[in-house]
Design a binder for this molecule. Structure first.
Ligand SMILES: [Zn+2]
Length: 639
């Protein structure tokens, strides 16, 4: 704890002026001279102490060993209980901050539940609000206290956030106005020993100003040698669209070239940290903050994490079992790792939610997921990996379909694939859909060298009214992520056929098609806008659907030989069903849902050790289905 002495100089207050974190930054960026920073500068003496700490090997944790930092969240509302920050937004900003802090092996979590403070005086905070807030019973020395207030005004200036450490270092808290992750990450950065990159650039003592050549980088400026000298706030330090345009020079006549993307500056152009900044945070975490802890009970870890949607089409869809009852989970952090890389937070979901679709997942790569409660240090679920879907061009429209009007409801109804007269698969999307939809869970299996027919029925409005539309369809036979290879156009309406409500064509799957998954894309647009020749171009208004198509015959895999026992709860089921396994799986397995004709309607990957899984049933026609895990099957009635 000897490291605490570096706080003994004075109390450190750092103001973050609000407009640097507001959406109006773009216009205010032209006026950095308007910036005011109160008493933010770290003194050279303090920089020296922090610098020594950073360079002390014992102060560093083993790389890859994560320090979990407990936050005590305080949400300040008006006296009548109105107003106050939205918890879901806060959790999202903590997830984003964890992503930024990942390379520094630092992860924030919420200790206990948020503390609500109802006070008109503190709702709009001032420079004296700290002592009032820290004296309330909700304050805890064992965590970092973060107060979310409506506004912070000091000497008639508005600020977006501020960090505070008292003279003995025992009190450390942050005030946040903007619920943005970069504000939280900036203020917590201060609490972990990071000065502004422009620290002391206007100091009366020239030796405290960092030179562009960085020859004095350990004692001047922010004390880091891998952050450029930053002229932010100096007269003439101008910027345009996140490019530094100033021509002012340092004491040696060298022109400044600041890093516009560092989160400890105010340029508002990025949220990056440097290796020395990460090392500093880690060192402070290991020393000054090693006594932080959360004595609140930790919610139980979620289990049975499963993921679908990889390999062929659609963004990964995660589901897990929420086991936290006492205490409940405030929500969950979703973490993703690429290949053998380390996990990074990608999102947060709220209390009671047990699913997440990862729209930010990169295409056609293997990623791994895990989830944990927002209010737990490291109560992680099982990890599960998936190869994400290949990426197809977006299908967009310049105008939204007007679902409420028969003259604007240009949409798709049922898409049917037949072999001869027998239906192989029918995708039915009743109602008026969004401009683009993908349905990764509903695949049709087609055989090489076999001829099929495709039928596209338009969306019917009210009493069978159909808007006049053109329709085109493509199938990515060679599974290369493009629809434009020879023979991949299956259907294209012409001016002569545009009066129809049903469009059909026949197609033969090439005999040499590779086993795997292609995508069928069906597009429509209002007939007045012409025939559809491009699978990717923006159309006027209408609808596009992507459907997965499996080529080749069903091949038994080794995972189908085991025969675990399981129960379906409830049965009959609507919406979803829990598949409870008799024993934990000894090896990864798969769960398949087959419809009454034996076609696969859903599939789930079950990780080794799984004891149950949640199968989503939304979008399925009511009826009798078979659930198969390994060689064991059971009947499921979907309502
Ligand atoms: Zn600051």
């Amino acid at each position: 704890m000897q490291a605490l002495f570096y706080f003994s100089n004075t109390r450190i207050i750092c103001w973050v002026i609000i407009f640097f974190f507001s959406s109006t930054w773009a216009t205010l960026a032209q006026q950095p001279a308007a910036f005011r920073c109160g008493t933010a500068n770290f003194t050279p003496n303090r920089l020296a102490v922090l610098g020594r700490l950073s360079r002390t090997p014992q102060a560093r944790s083993q790389a890859g060993t994560v320090s979990y930092v407990p936050l005590r969240l305080h949400i300040v509302r008006r006296a009548d209980g109105s107003g106050g920050a939205n918890e879901a937004v806060l959790y999202q900003s903590i997830a984003e901050t964890n992503r930024l802090f990942g390379p520094g092996d630092l992860q924030l979590f919420v200790c206990g539940s948020p503390d609500y403070i109802n006070s008109d005086a503190l709702y709009n905070a001032t420079g004296t609000s700290w002592s009032a807030l820290d004296n309330l019973p909700g304050y805890s020395n064992a965590q970092l206290n973060v107060y979310y207030v409506n506004s912070l005004t000091i000497n008639n200036y508005s600020y977006g956030g501020a960090a505070y450490i008292n003279s003995t270092g025992t009190q450390r808290s942050a005030l946040i106005v903007d619920n943005l992750a970069r504000v939280l990450a900036h203020e917590v950065g201060h609490l972990f020993g990071l000065p502004h990159t422009f620290n002391n650039n206007d100091s009366a003592n020239p030796t405290e100003r960092e030179l562009v050549a960085r020859t004095n980088c350990t004692t001047a400026g922010d004390g880091f040698c891998d952050t450029a000298a930053d002229p932010f706030g100096l007269p003439g330090a101008t910027t345009s669209n996140c490019t530094y345009t100033g021509s002012i020079v340092d004491a040696q006549g060298a022109r400044y070239a600041p890093d516009m993307h560092n989160n400890m500056s105010y340029w508002g152009c990025g949220t990056q940290y440097t290796p020395e900044q990460y090392a500093r945070m880690q060192a402070v975490s290991q020393t000054s903050y090693s006594n932080l802890n959360c004595s609140q009970a930790s919610p139980a870890a979620p289990t049975a994490l499963t993921v679908i949607g990889g390999g062929c089409l659609g963004q990964p869809q995660l589901t897990w079992r929420n086991n936290a009852t006492t205490p409940v989970a405030l929500g969950y952090f979703i973490e993703r790792a690429a290949g053998s890389g380390s996990f990074t937070a990608v999102a947060a979901v709220g209390a009671g939610v047990n699913s997440f679709q990862d729209y930010s997942a990169p295409g056609n790569v293997t990623v791994e997921y895990r989830v944990k409660p927002i209010n737990a240090a490291n109560a992680y679920s099982n990890a599960i990996s998936i190869t994400t879907a290949r990426t197809y061009c977006p299908a967009t429209y310049s105008a939204a379909t007007t679902c409420a009007s028969p003259t604007g409801a240009a949409g798709l109804g049922t898409i049917t694939v037949r072999q001869g007269t027998s239906t192989v698969f029918a995708w039915n999307t009743p109602g008026c859909g969004p401009p683009y939809s993908a349905f990764p869970g509903q695949a049709v299996r087609l055989l090489p060298g076999t001829t099929y027919s495709l039928e596209v029925r338009l969306f019917t409005f009210g009493q069978g009214v159909v808007y006049l539309q053109h329709v085109s369809a493509w199938l990515d036979y060679n599974q290369n992520g493009s629809f434009t290879d020879a023979g991949e156009l299956l259907l294209q309406s012409t001016p002569a056929t545009q009066q129809q409500a049903v469009f059909t064509s026949t197609f033969t799957v090439p005999a040499g098609v590779s086993s795997g998954c292609g995508v069928l894309r069906v597009r429509t647009q209002s007939a007045g806008s012409g025939i559809i020749t491009d699978p990717c171009a923006q159309l006027s208004w209408g609808e596009t659907q992507d459907r997965p198509v499996l080529f080749g015959t069903v091949t038994a895999t080794t995972t189908l030989t085991a025969g675990p026992t399981f129960a379906l709860l409830p049965n009959p089921a609507a919406g979803r069903v829990i598949v409870k396994l008799g024993n934990a799986l000894l090896a990864p397995n798969s769960l398949v849902l087959l419809d009454a004709t034996g076609r696969e309607a859903r599939q789930l990957s079950l990780p080794s050790g799984a004891t149950e899984a949640t199968l989503t049933l939304t979008g399925l026609q009511p009826g009798l289905y078979l659930v198969r895990v390994g060689a064991t099957t059971a009947r499921l009635l979907v309502e």
